[in-house]
Design a protein around this ligand. Structure first.
Ligand SMILES: Nc1ncnc2c1ncn2[C@@H]1O[C@H](COP(=O)(O)OP(=O)(O)OP(=O)(O)O)[C@@H](O)[C@H]1O
Length: 285
């Protein structure tokens, strides 16, 4: 069963539109949402959270229409947005005191254990917290009402590698029981390579790819060659290509077939960032 299903969602904002966006997040998995600045990731998350209304299409969360069942669904979602969401004058215990009244399932002991494990200062006010501390607090707060789904918009941006790795471990723990799921937008593709099970790639408001991450990384490859060899590659074998001062880079969606067909051309594995770059900047042959 899927935790989230976007079906043909469209939303127009004057000069920008999210068009016909469809993807789903299977239960027990982490879906990474990637795309360039302005691709529509935050818009998709706001639509999911019913902060804005779609022009057309449907969104289901836990099998329910997200707008008709908003209250019931929101009890079961933990949300972390990029912007700060708590008053600067609060301390950790004040955040708990507020959220205890909002969420029926709030778990004080769990919150305290996150505060302790994340090393958050209990006597400082939020205005004295570093960015990493604030993000950890937001994540602790989002998890302490025991949600089934965690939705994060750029939650690890601007954090150092140590803090990011601690947070990624918490995410992996969260989905361990196969009941919980995560939708996370991020520009840090290396983080998603580590933890995501699926990737949805938005470009200019459309879904370019929505795939199992391992399958994608296993199947996509980059052929690297000069003009002579590039001319010999069939257009059908190339998703997109780029020409640089060093030659051609051509993205193929079937690395193994390309290795057999073009044994003399250098073929590298493609990371998420390579796929994104070539899809956005590349041309079709
Ligand atoms: N309330 C709004 N009114 C008009 N346009 C908007 C509004 N909110 C977002 N947009 C536009 O929608 C587009 C997509 O923005 P969005 O924030 O969803 O992108 P994003 O993929 O999250 O980008 P980033 O990686 O920079 O955070 C942008 O062109 C933005 O200007």
């Amino acid at each position: 069963m899927d935790s989230i299903i976007f079906k043909n969602i469209s939303k127009e904002y004057g000069d920008f539109a999210l068009r016909d966006v469809s993807f789903s997040v299977p239960r027990g998995s982490i879906m990474g949402l990637i795309g360039e600045n302005g691709a529509g990731k935050t818009t998709a998350i706001r639509l999911l959270l019913n902060m804005i209304r779609a022009d057309s299409g449907t969104i289901e969360v836990f099998g329910l229409d997200h707008a008709e069942n908003e209250r019931e669904i929101k009890e079961q979602i933990g949300v972390v947005m990029e912007e700060d969401c708590f008053y600067e004058s609060l301390k950790c215990k004040d955040v708990a005191a507020i959220l205890r009244h909002i969420f029926k399932t709030w778990d004080d002991a769990l919150f305290r254990s996150f505060v302790k494990n994340f090393g958050l200062p209990e006597n400082k006010r939020l205005k004295e917290f570093s960015r990493g501390m604030k993000m950890k607090l937001s994540i602790a707060a989002a998890l302490s009402h025991r949600p089934r789904l965690l939705v994060l918009d750029e939650a690890t941006s601007g954090l150092d590698p140590i803090v990011r790795s601690e947070i990624l471990d918490v995410f992996l723990d969260f989905i361990q029981d196969e009941e919980h799921s995560i939708l996370i937008s991020s520009h840090i593709t290396s983080d998603l390579e580590k933890v995501a099970d699926y990737i949805t790639f938005l470009h200019g408001g459309r879904v370019v790819l929505s795939e199992n991450k391992d399958k994608m990384l296993y199947e996509y490859g980059i052929l690297k060659c000069g003009a002579g060899d590039f001319a010999k590659i069939d257009a059908a074998d190339i998703v997109r290509y780029r020409k640089s001062a060093f030659g051609y880079e051509a993205l193929t969606a079937d690395k193994n077939a390309a290795a057999r067909k073009y044994p003399d051309i250098t073929l590298d594995s493609a990371g998420l960032e390579d796929v994104m770059l070539l899809m956005i900047k590349g041309e079709t042959k």
